[in-house]
Design a protein around this ligand. Sequence first.
Ligand code: AMP
Length: 218
Amino acid sequence: MNLILFGAPGAGKGTYASRLSGLFGIVSIATGDMFREEIKKGTSLGRKVAEYVRCGKLVPDDIVIDILAERLKAREAEKGFILDGFPRTVEQAEALGRIVKIDAIVQIVVPEWIIVERLSNRRICSKCGTIYNLRYLKPKKEGICDKCGGKLYQREDDKPGVVKERLEVYEKQTQPLIEYYRQKTPIIKIENNKIDTPPEAIIDKIVEKLKKASILKV
Ligand code: AMP
């Protein structure tokens, strides 16, 4: 099964992608994570994309498409995948369509106040990438990952000025993608109007809707 998780920054894509990946036994591929990793390692790709990521602008399409295409060729993607943060432009969606068939788009819709609240309180494990929220999904011990004991950090681009830019970029460049897919690919829409909805409840809804649409065969 090949899925795209679609939604604004802070909609919960990363959390749901990692849970769905475990549940379905397929890989989750997050272009943002790939870039952060390259930046951390100081590779030439990392140096090329660092400034875009730091200020919340989109990395140019040709760069993103190249690394995504490489990743999809890897054996681990053969059984299926969940894309988190890709595509973000119509050009990326067109390029993706030339490489693979997408079975469904899972669109997560949340109100803007939740996004702002989520992003400003989001903390991430520096070792295993687990996502926490200082108010709604707290680690047991402050600053430490429950799962692996790694240190939690705040993403540079989760700070207020950059969040605003990322939301604008989403509205202008990424949101129109839903129209692009409307006639081509089934869209499973999940609305979440509460900030404290447990991730499991959203996962249950996604699974139920995927089954109902016969995308997930049981
Ligand atoms: P994310 O972790 O998905 O919020 O992505 C963090 C940052 O990485 C974005 O603000 C962009 O600078 C860059 N990025 C990630 N995915 C893409 C993409 N598909 N196209 C362009 N830039 C991207």
